[in-house]
Design a protein around this ligand. Structure first.
Ligand SMILES: [Zn+2]
Ligand SMILES: [Zn+2]
Length: 181
């Protein structure tokens, strides 16, 4: 799979480089390219909520996937977002589609009044990235609370789960990746 990482707005290079290295390990046979940043669509900002509407950003990310350049595109935005009836989302994806997005704001320990902790933050970022890419490969939510495909209702769920797939989901991912070879 050829995966494009797309910063949406300003994103710390460290996060992108970390993701590029780790995602290659988790999705065997995958190449990862960090692409130029695009700006956050102003129309997606809801000033009443102080949050971005995820669906609009996700559409924007997908429209930046040029045919022939990649199989999947993962947007990374350092903001807080919501979707539909959900008060917030850590990320969103087109299931069996080509695009996904993750949002960094609520993955920071500082958001919960804790002191900054880079290792914890990056681990959360990786979990959400793997989860959303998993959706684009056709995976749905997994009942196993340790599996990365488990739905995170709160950051506690994210912290409880692993950044990898359970055995069952891993098989589904391997099968999905085969079609790119
Ligand atoms: Zn999900
Ligand atoms: Zn699973």
């Amino acid at each position: 799979m050829r995966l494009i990482l797309k910063p949406v707005g300003s994103v710390d290079d460290k996060v992108l480089l970390f993701l590029a290295i780790q995602l290659k390990k988790i999705f065997p046979g995958t190449s990862v390219r960090i692409s130029d940043a695009i700006s956050l669509p102003i129309s997606a900002y809801n000033p009443k909520r102080g949050q971005y509407r995820s669906s609009l950003i996700l559409e924007e990310v997908l429209s930046n996937l040029k045919p022939g350049e990649g199989d999947r595109i993962l947007g990374v935005a350092d903001v807080d977002a919501y979707s539909g009836s959900l008060n917030f989302v850590f990320g969103e994806a087109y299931v069996n589609g080509k695009a996904a997005i993750i949002y960094l704001e609520r993955l920071k320990p500082e958001f919960y009044g804790m002191s900054p902790k880079e290792e914890l933050f990056l681990e959360r970022v990786l979990k959400e990235a793997v989860h959303e890419i998993g959706h684009t490969l056709g995976l749905s939510h997994c009942k196993n609370p340790r599996c990365v495909m488990h739905f995170s209702n709160s950051i506690l769920d994210t912290d409880f789960k692993d950044y990898n797939f359970c055995d069952r989901c891993k098989k589904l991912v391997e099968e999905a990746l085969r079609k790119f070879k």
